[in-house]
Ligand binder design. Structure first.
Ligand code: HEC
Ligand SMILES: [Cu+2]
Length: 375
């Protein structure tokens, strides 16, 4: 056995060498990320001002303490001045010190108040996005254009990749140099939409709307995380924002509108869909909206989310199945009313998929017209 002392020396060397090894040092970010928006720049500047003031105070106080320790040490024969508090300086220092401290406080409070005022300035915006947190995904609704984006974790990124748990299938797309208003809310529990480079943090609260704003000054991809512990999938709802030029943004908006109109027309079309067509679409709807809880293999999570594979409702009771998916569960609000979020074709497809995937093999199809009458 190696001695305790040797053990600690080795441990310290190991930690030191890993701290100073090149990749680790390159990864080590000591400060907040570089802001890319006016409001986050203001917050960053306030943070730096506070950090500088605190550092200067720390240096001065440490210097005074060290000076006093050395200069007035007993071994050098120093004797304490028991009458210090009766001297001029001894008396006035009790007044001066609080005045200095208050002065420092006010100098920071001035900037802090200004920043807080900017944070709470709700001017007209060019783009308004409703940001909806759900267990465990983000939905973005562009209020002016009627576009809706569902943003899910990209599960295809391997663990050793930098973007593991930090990438999504559909990012939020925003124009550069335009004022964006975010309206934050949630469908189930508290979440918080946080992208430190471009937007500050505010809670997403069910049944309540919080507002934040930003003007992003640099095009690019910005990443963030849900910043409110919202359940077992909290780590699996990352945020990705693509900030693009205005032209690109307009192009993207038009593309989305065309795609939405096409999907809408398709859902309304008076057509009987085949099992294969419905399964194909249903698999996608299921992957986007249902896997977070019921899992890709349809087995759910025991005692938390029921399995759909072999489920009685899914296999036999069609009316109960339609009711559960369209209107949600009355017993457990975690199972949402998908009738509000998906159109008739999407609902018909996902229900058909549940009834035929994972060996459920009922061979039954559900048509959009069935959904229409069950709504
Ligand atoms: C946030 C988690 C969550 C998501 C997402 C979710 N469900 Fe559910 N689901 C539940 C819970 C919890 C229940 C149990 C409800 C109850 O006990 O009343 C449930 C129950 C069900 C049932 C009844 C199963 C049974 O045997 O009782 C069906 C069918 C179902 N969900 C379908 C879906 C479909 C389709 C989707 C996607 C469009 C979906 N769910 C998305 C949580 C979820
Ligand atoms: Cu969350």
């Amino acid at each position: 056995m190696i001695g305790v002392r040797k053990f600690f020396v080795r441990r310290c060397l190991l930690i030191a060498s890993s701290l100073f090894s090149l990749p680790a040092a390159a990864e080590m970010k000591l400060n907040l990320p570089t802001p890319a928006a006016t409001i986050t720049q203001e917050i960053f500047d306030l943070h730096m001002l506070t950090a500088y003031v605190a550092t200067i105070i720390m240096v001065i106080v440490t210097a005074i303490i060290l000076y006093a320790l050395i200069k007035f040490r007993k071994s050098a024969g120093f004797e304490a001045d028991l009458e210090f508090n009766h001297s001029w300086f001894g008396r006035w220092s009790w007044v001066l010190v609080p005045i200095i401290v208050l002065g420092i406080d006010f100098s920071i409070a001035g900037s802090a108040t200004k920043t807080l005022q900017s944070v709470e300035t709700y001017d007209d915006s060019d783009v308004t996005v409703k940001v909806i947190g759900s267990q465990w995904k983000w939905t973005y609704e562009y209020m002016d254009d009627g576009i809706k984006i569902v943003s899910n974790l990209n599960k295809n990124i391997p663990e050793d990749n930098d973007l593991y748990l930090r990438d999504v299938d559909n990012p939020l797309v925003l124009p550069v140099n335009r004022r964006i208003r975010f309206l934050h809310t949630a469908t189930d529990v508290l979440h918080a939409w946080w992208v430190p480079e471009i937007a500050y943090k505010k809670d997403s609260i069910p049944g309540y709307i919080n507002e934040t704003w930003t003007v992003v000054e640099k095009e690019g991809t910005y990443r963030g995380q849900c910043a409110e512990n919202c359940g077992t999938g909290h780590a699996f709802m990352p945020i990705v924002v693509e900030v693009v030029s205005e032209d690109k943004y307009d192009e993207w908006v038009n593309g989305q509108k065309v795609a939405m109109a096409a999907a809408d027309a398709e859902a309304r079309a008076d057509k009987t869909w085949t099992l294969a067509e419905l399964m194909d679409r249903g698999e996608k709807v299921y992957a986007t909206n249902c896997t977070a809880c019921h899992q890709a293999n349809g087995e759910g999570i025991p005692n938390v989310f029921p399995g759909l594979k072999g489920s009685k409702i899914v296999m036999a009771d069609m009316a109960a199945h339609l009711d559960m998916v369209i209107h949600g569960s009355k017993a457990n609000p975690v199972m949402a009313a998908w009738g509000k979020q998906l159109n008739d074709l999407e609902l018909a497809a996902v229900i058909t998929y549940e009834r035929n995937a994972w060996g459920n093999d009922t061979g039954e199809t559900v048509q959009p017209s069935d959904i229409k009458s069950a709504r």
